[in-house]
Write a protein that binds this ligand. Structure first.
Ligand code: ADP
Length: 161
């Protein structure tokens, strides 16, 4: 039996994309034929950057990866996964703290869409502590974030604050 093409979906707020996100994206990319990185547009979180800006920054910082598609979506993750025919959802795990929520969501998503596999990836230990919210806090206080985000994001943060 021929193996099905692997279409991966890596969803998140990406407000903004960090080197931790990119580490996970590169690992996910190696595991699929096509990887969709999608900005969740639901306004459930207070965000700094518009959906369009977050998509633009993802586009700029993943240019070197072929077969990566950047998009955004509203509504249920599994509905979007069905729409793009994804058969894998990727999420990154930083610490045990991420696990409980991610585990619960993975089980809910799989019961809503039994055809999907949820894959958890662990970043390089350099990025274990890194989050978009920490980066925004440092940037607000005019701290140097160049070691944690790509240069396009560093510039966007400088413009924002
Ligand atoms: P969400 O609001 O969906 O959690 P985020 O943009 O914060 O959106 O994160 C998207 C995904 O990337 C999540 O699976 C998150 O755990 C993962 N992630 C974020 N930062 C890192 C990091 N530094 N290392 C590994 N995974 C990360």
């Amino acid at each position: 039996m021929a193996k099905k093409k692997t279409i991966g979906l890596y969803p998140g707020s990406f407000d903004p994309v960090t080197n931790g996100h990119l580490d996970i994206a590169q690992r996910a990319y190696k595991m699929c034929d096509q990887l969709h990185i999608a900005v969740v547009a639901n306004p459930s979180k207070k965000v700094l950057f518009s959906v369009e800006k977050r998509v633009e920054l993802l586009n700029k910082t993943t240019r070197h990866l072929s077969n990566v598609v950047i998009s955004s979506f509203n509504g249920l993750l599994v509905d979007y996964a069905r729409q793009i025919k994804a058969n894998m959802i990727f999420r990154g795990l930083r610490a045990v703290a991420d696990f409980e929520y991610e585990f619960q969501m993975a089980l809910i998503n799989r019961s809503l869409y039994p055809g999907i596999e949820v894959v958890f990836l662990v970043p390089n230990e350099k990025f274990i502590f890194l989050s978009s919210s920490a980066i925004k806090e440092v940037a607000t206080l005019k701290g140097d974030v160049s070691g944690f985000v790509p240069s396009a994001v560093e510039k966007a943060l400088r413009d924002a604050f």
